[in-house]
Design a protein around this ligand. Structure first.
Ligand SMILES: [Ca+2]
Ligand SMILES: [Ca+2]
Ligand SMILES: [Ca+2]
Ligand SMILES: [Ca+2]
Length: 190
């Protein structure tokens, strides 16, 4: 499982089921993050499938989960590994403002839960941040092009509700992200 996640290739349906730790029918970056936690013994088989965005574990993603993720971000309260994983809706192994924003957007039905993890910056959703993504953001810097609410989620890096130069600068910085030697940042291939 680890091998094919790392090196790509087309998984069989059985492999896919085994490796799809968040049960969203695809092998994504989050599955890789969760697999590491499983191998480290920090989460158990019984915790699977993990429902991204569901911080309180009641099987729905709503504003209550966003409130809990805010607390987590503020460093208040005690959280277990499952809760931390479920709050990390962009699968970057950190809790940040995008996690809260993504949960709010699932609650508002702008995106659906299985669309998580969604990585801001990865506009074309191919688990890599490349020049293709930069080109899309550049397009929306021209006010003639109106983004949808969902597109804003992908490209509004500074969370001010619009596309602007800081968003482009941030995505440009992320172009080098996948070159670092962190296995989590080697995106698995679907
Ligand atoms: Ca998955
Ligand atoms: Ca919940
Ligand atoms: Ca991309
Ligand atoms: Ca912005």
């Amino acid at each position: 499982m680890e091998k094919f996640l790392k090196h790509g290739g087309v998984p069989t349906s059985e492999q896919k089921e085994l490796a799809d730790l968040n049960g969203n029918q695809k092998i994504d970056r989050f599955d890789w993050v969760a697999l590491q936690k499983l191998l480290e013994g920090k989460i158990q088989q019984k915790d699977l499938p993990l429902l991204l965005g569901d911080v309180n574990g009641d099987k729905t993603v709503n504003t209550l989960d966003a409130t809990l993720a805010e607390k987590m971000l503020a460093g208040s309260g005690e959280w277990n590994e499952v809760q931390k994983l479920q709050a990390d809706t962009n699968a970057n192994k950190r809790i940040d403002k995008h996690n809260i924003n993504l949960i709010m957007n699932v609650a508002a039905e702008i995106i659906t839960q299985p669309e998580l993890p969604l990585e801001p910056g990865d506009f074309d959703d191919n688990d890599q941040i490349k020049s293709d993504d930069v080109i899309i953001v550049m397009k929306y810097l021209d006010p003639v092009n109106k983004p949808t609410s969902k597109e804003i989620l992908y490209g509004d890096m500074n969370l001010n509700g619009k596309f602007d130069q800081p968003d482009l600068d941030q995505i440009n910085k992320m172009l080098t992200k996948y070159t670092i030697e962190d296995p989590c940042m080697v995106p698995p291939t679907n």
